[in-house]
Design a binder for this molecule. Structure first.
Ligand code: PMV
Length: 351
């Protein structure tokens, strides 16, 4: 147990509804593989998105027997409620009042359901923020900084990458000597002064290559890293990648940024292929899009590149500068055809 975040024993509960919103995030250096209690096997860094969000309202009915009811876009989700119940039991040391009532949780994503965009990051981020809002009501106020840090800590215990969604900008989770104050327990903001302007105004257009359930969940995927013979090398590489990443971010070295980010995405999927049993989450469309991006870059030299999360969708990354319109035209003309229903979510990074 982490003593730093143990909850106050003095609290007064009452029936209360709180509402919070939390964005999703996309990793540039990936987290894939973990130890007990959601401790990451390597540090990761992500961009927080702007439009892809989860809005959650949490009704707490004081002194009713502990139970959780959840609704996703108005539809009751029993499986999700079971997951949240387990999560709440797990985090009781940090919020000692948490099992003393009934919860009705209503949640909605601003991005299409079943789009394959990870909703667990924004979802657990929003739940952790709601819990901290209730904690403030019941146990008294803490500083905003402390409250966010604890929300990030709690979100991590729900879904690892969720801890990075609590902050805007470039966010680091996992201890690395390259980033001061970084921790395995919660996420921190990458220092703004160390980021070149070119990386602060970025687009992320998510091509919805394959909508629907993934064949292998990320929980199972993380677990398969335990027996993957390449895992240790991969964890080491991710740690090492923070060294060039720091330089790149400072100098505004777009070419090296592109190379590193694409390498990270492909390594994530290579790890899946090297697992036992092996699995592949990319689809034909994913590969077609990647090849077209490489051809486009070779022909035009324009900074369009990709990253992937644990799924088939392609995150198209490009800076907002002079070349933006040409890139957008290329995406509409050449890449949209590889999506299932012309599906694209046009987002930007939130700084
Ligand atoms: O937070 P989880 O357990 O859903 O894992 C997310 C893993 C990746 O999205 C593939 C990488 C990352 O760092 O977000």
């Amino acid at each position: 147990m982490t003593t730093q975040f143990i909850g106050k024993e003095n609290f007064t509960i009452h029936t209360q509804t709180v509402s919070e919103s939390c964005p999703s995030n996309i990793a540039l250096i990936k987290y894939w593989g973990k130890y007990d209690n959601q401790i990451p096997a390597n540090p990761s860094v992500s961009y927080t998105l702007n439009h892809c969000k989860t809005n959650t309202s949490m009704e707490f009915l004081a002194n009713e027997p502990f139970s959780v009811q959840t609704f996703l876009a108005g539809n009751e989700e029993v499986k999700f409620a079971e997951k949240i119940e387990k999560y709440f039991r797990n985090i009781e040391p940090y919020l000692p009042w948490i099992l003393k009532g009934k919860y009705i949780i209503r949640t909605e994503n601003t991005f299409p359901h079943s789009s394959g965009i990870a909703s667990s990051a924004s979802g657990f981020g929003a739940i952790a923020k709601c819990l901290m809002a209730l904690d403030e009501e019941f146990s008294g106020k803490t500083s905003e900084e402390e409250s966010l840090k604890k929300a990030s800590f709690l979100a991590r215990l729900g879904s690892g990458s969720a801890c990075r969604s609590l902050y805007n900008g470039l966010i680091v989770w996992g201890e690395t000597e390259e980033v001061e104050g970084s921790s395995d327990l919660f996420a921190v903001q990458y220092p703004d002064a160390e980021i070149h302007e070119i990386f602060k105004n970025f687009n992320d257009w998510v091509l919805l290559i394959h909508e629907g359930q993934k064949s292998v969940s990320s929980t199972v995927g993380h677990g398969l890293m335990n027996t993957n013979p390449y895992a240790e090398r991969r964890f080491q590489e991710a740690r090492e990648n923070f060294v060039p990443m720091k330089e790149i971010l400072k100098k505004g070295d777009m070419e090296s940024f592109i190379k590193l980010v694409e390498h990270e995405a492909l390594t994530l999927h290579a790890m899946m292929m090297m697992s036992d049993p092996a699995f592949i989450l990319m689809k034909t469309g994913t590969l077609e899009v990647i090849n077209k991006i490489w051809d486009f870059r070779r022909e035009t030299g324009l900074p369009l590149f990709f990253t992937l999360d644990a799924g088939a969708n392609v995150h198209l990354l490009f800076p907002s500068n002079g070349s933006e319109e040409k890139i957008k035209t290329f995406i509409e003309r050449e890449l949209l055809q590889h999506t299932q229903k012309n599906g694209v979510v046009k987002d930007v990074m939130r700084f």
